[in-house]
Design a protein around this ligand. Structure first.
Ligand SMILES: Cc1cc2nc3c(=O)[nH]c(=O)nc-3n(C[C@H](O)[C@H](O)[C@H](O)COP(=O)(O)O)c2cc1C
Length: 308
C-alpha cells in the first residue's frame, strides 16, 4: 500500500501534516506524537522580526469550534533558522515553515533567510490571517496583491511554495487562479473564518482583539466546499486541505474532494494524537476498501456528478 504523496515538490511519506499555529514548532508535541510518523510538520507562522501577538484573551470556545486571535506571536525568522530548525531537521521529517509579513518585501526577506536552512522542505505563505492589522488578509483578499506576494516569495527562494488561501473572500477560485499564475506550487486552504463572540454577562467582546478566526468542526463544510471548487477549476495544482479535521473520516472528505494532503489544526488541542489517528485511520480505510495507492482517492468524489 502506498501512502506517499508529492505536495508541489515536497515528498511526504503520508498525506497528513499539522496546521500552522496549532502544533507550535512541533517539538512541544514530541511526548505525545511520534513525529517521524507524520507526512510533514507545518510550524507556526514566522515573521521577519519577533512578534508578541495580540492582547489577551486570545482564545474563545464556541459550540462547535474555537475563535482565536493570537496575532502571529513568534520568535522571528532568525531564531527559527538558528535555534529551532536544527532540532527539527534532526527528526528527518519534511518541515514546512509558514511565513507572514506586513509588506511584500517582508515576505521576500523571510523566504530568503529560510531558503538554505537545512530541514526546511517548503514554505507555506500565509496571506490569509484575519488577526493581524497589516498584511494577512489584506494580501489574501485581492488577487493582484496575492499574486505579488507569491511572485516575490518564488523569486526569493528555490523552495516549493504553498500559498494559503482565506475563505473570507467573495471568489476563492479567482484567488487560486491568481496565485497559481504567479507560480504557486501548491495551495493550502482554508485559513480561519472571521468571527466574533460577545460575553453577555460583561456585555463586551470576549477577545482582546474583538474579532478572531473561527476554526474546528464548524468550518469543515466550508473548507470541503473550497477544496472541491478549487480542485475542479485547477485539477493539476496540489491542494493541502484543512479546516475542522478531527478524524480520518474528516480527512478523507478533503482527499475525496481533491486534496493531495491534509492538515490537522484545532483537532490537536482536543486530541494531541489526532494526526496519528488520522494516518492510521486512512490506512485502515484503504485496506477495508481495497485501495493500494492514496492517489486513487484524490478527487474521487468529483467523478460522481459527471456520471449523471
Ligand atoms: C490557535 C491558532 C493559531 C493559528 N495560527 C496560524 C498561523 O500562524 N498561520 C496560519 O497560516 N494559520 C494559522 N492558523 C490557522 C490554522 O492553520 C488552520 O488553517 C485553521 O485553524 C483551520 O483548520 P482547523 O479547523 O483544523 O484548525 C491558526 C489557527 C489556530 C486555531
Amino acid at each position: 500500500m502506498n501512502m506517499a504523496v508529492n505536495l508541489g515538490g515536497i515528498s511526504m511519506n503520508n498525506p497528513v501534516t499539522t496546521a500552522s499555529g496549532t502544533f507550535g514548532f512541533g517539538l512541544e508535541y514530541q511526548p505525545y506524537v511520534a513525529l517521524q510518523r507524520l507526512g510533514a510538520i507545518i510550524v507556526k507562522g514566522t515573521t521577519l522580526k519577533p512578534r508578541l501577538g495580540n492582547p489577551p484573551p486570545r482564545i474563545a470556545e464556541t459550540p462547535s469550534g474555537m475563535l482565536n486571535a493570537i496575532g502571529l506571536q513568534n520568535p522571528g525568522v532568525e531564531r527559527v533558522a538558528e535555534e529551532i530548525m536544527p532540532r527539527l531537521a534532526a527528526l528527518g521529517v519534511p518541515v514546512i515553515v509558514n511565513i507572514a509579513g506586513d509588506t511584500v518585501e517582508d515576505y521576500a526577506q523571510v523566504a530568503r533567510r529560510l531558503d538554505s536552512v537545512p530541514g526546511v522542505a517548503g514554505l507555506e505563505v500565509n496571506i490569509s490571517c484575519p488577526n493581524v492589522k497589516k498584511g494577512g488578509i489584506q494580501f489574501g483578499s485581492d488577487p493582484y496583491t496575492a499574486a505579488e506576494v507569491t511572485r516575490a516569495v518564488k523569486a526569493s527562494a528555490g523552495l516549493p511554495v504553498i500559498v494559503k488561501l482565506s475563505p473570507n473572500v467573495t471568489d476563492l477560485v479567482t484567488m487560486a487562479e491568481a496565485v497559481a499564475g504567479a507560480g504557486a506550487d501548491a495551495l493550502s486552504m482554508i485559513n480561519t473564518l472571521l468571527g466574533m463572540a460577545i460575553d453577555v454577562d460583561r456585555r463586551r467582546p470576549v477577545l482582546g482583539n474583538i474579532t478572531g478566526g473561527l476554526s474546528g468542526p464548524a468550518v469543515r463544510p466550508v473548507a470541503v466546499r473550497a477544496v472541491w471548487q478549487v480542485h475542479r477549476a485547477l485539477p493539476l495544482l496540489p491542494i493541502l486541505g484543512m479546516g475542522g479535521i478531527m478524524t480520518a473520516r474528516d480527512a478523507l472528505e478533503f482527499i475525496l474532494a481533491g486534496a493531495t494532503a491534509v492538515a490537522v489544526g484545532t483537532g490537536n488541542f482536543v486530541n494531541p494524537r489526532a494526526t496519528l489517528d488520522v494516518v492510521e485511520g486512512i490506512e485502515q480505510y484503504m485496506i477495508d476498501h481495497g485501495f493500494v495507492d492514496i492517489s486513487e482517492l484524490v478527487g474521487l468524489a468529483q467523478r460522481y456528478p459527471n456520471k449523471e
